[in-house]
Ligand binder design. Structure first.
Ligand code: ADP
Ligand code: MG
Length: 352
């Protein structure tokens, strides 16, 4: 188990090529659960492969518990890595697959058997131990890949690169629960790569949001929801996305012209466009007054809630309303926004 430090790390795949991973510096707590979240091509696998040792970073160092492991290959880092496509040894049984890392380390046979049985039990693979691994379904094979990572007692971290993609939704749910139980029981650091915000929010204590090779925010699910560091995060996290309205400075306030949406202007503001943002969850429909009035353009359901889209002068805001209502499409509605939940962005970045 290890605390992982990415020390002034960056990566370009070729000398002079643009950074696939822009310079970053961060430390991941021993025993923590992390998610790397971002769209395809943003550098998630690059970061994960640098941690596991499959890739040497072009700049910076990787430290496990303060020890520089940058030059160590994967085998010597005690890392378990699970990939999108399950890796199994096709000619072996499930049990032999699970025990293989221990066989390679010349662990005594009785010990291997005990470990394999314990891990198989934990993953629900016990009845499959004698079956040829090749005969399993894709999601069971993924469980075997994961189990091979868990069979060693000295793993520093478990790294999972979109491992749930091939897995059916119910098993996905189970597997996420199993991963959390394993984390709680063994306190092993876990890093899950995903492009799915729900997966990240339900799995991780800390989420690393990435965009175009850059780490744009590291925070708990509630940090990302309440205080997105950039408009990108506000847009990427939450459903529907955060509302953003163009604003300007007026008499010591930042206001959205023609609305009641305003916050006190901070003493200094960076150059660039000003925006006020709020979550669809943080507004409510009011009979009169309110901060924004608009025509009801769309109404749809998300679970137990209704979402309404109000439009005015080319602006649109979405509001999530609990329960069922009788909103009349095309009618005019007013909303109030919790002032404590209004966020100011300058040049697309949150103003603290
Ligand atoms: P993600 O896992 O978030 O989808 P990757 O880390 O795989 O993103 O890729 C980040 C960027 O680096 C992309 O632009 C991708 O094309 C590029 N890239 C990934 N692997 C290589 C490689 N082996 N050689 C050159 N470029 C690569
Ligand atoms: Mg990837």
């Amino acid at each position: 188990m290890a605390e992982i430090t990415l020390d002034h790390l960056a990566h370009a795949y070729a000398p002079g090529a643009p950074h696939a991973l822009k310079p970053l510096h961060m430390t991941w707590r021993d025993g923590g659960t992390y998610a790397l979240l971002g769209p395809s091509g943003c550098g998630k696998s690059t970061m994960l492969n640098i941690i596991s040792g499959l890739l040497r970073p072009s700049e910076g160092r990787v430290l496990f518990d303060g020890r520089d492991v940058t030059a160590l290959d994967t085998g010597r880092r005690n890392i378990a890595q699970v990939f999108q496509v399950p890796v199994i040894y096709r000619s072996m049984t499930v049990g032999e697959n699970l025990g293989f890392p221990l066989v390679c380390r010349r662990v005594p046979a009785a010990k291997i058997r005990a470990r394999v049985e314990a891990v198989a039990e934990r993953l629900g693979l016990a009845p499959q131990l004698k079956r040829p691994a090749n005969a399993l379904t894709a999601d069971m094979k993924q469980l075997v890949s994961l189990g091979r990572g868990l069979v060693r007692e000295d793993v520093a971290a478990i790294l999972l690169d979109e491992p749930l993609t091939v897995i059916d939704p119910q098993l996905k749910f189970d597997l996420r629960r199993i991963l959390k139980e394993i984390n709680e029981e063994f306190r092993v650091t876990m890093v899950l790569v995903t492009h799915d915000q729900t997966e990240a929010m339900t799995f991780a204590q800390e989420i690393v949001v990435m965009d175009h090779g850059e780490v744009v925010q590291v925070g708990s699910p509630s940090d990302l929801f309440e205080r997105p560091a950039t408009e990108h995060v506000g847009w990427f996290i939450g459903s529907p996305a955060m509302n953003f309205l163009p604003a300007r400075l007026e008499a010591g306030q930042v206001v959205v012209p023609g609305t009641g949406l305003a916050v006190p202007a901070p003493r200094s503001l960076s150059e660039g466009p000003l925006t006020l943002g709020f979550r669809p969850e943080h507004a409510s429909v009011v009979p009169n007054g309110g901060a924004f009035e608009g025509r009801l353009e769309r109404i749809w359901y998300e679970g137990a809630d209704e979402v309404i889209a109000l439009g005015r002068d080319g602006l649109q805001v979405k509001v999530r309303v609990a329960g069922r209502h009788r909103f009349e499409p095309g009618s005019v509605a007013r909303i109030a926004v919790d002032p404590a939940r209004l966020r100011l962005f300058a040049d697309r970045r949150l103003v603290a």
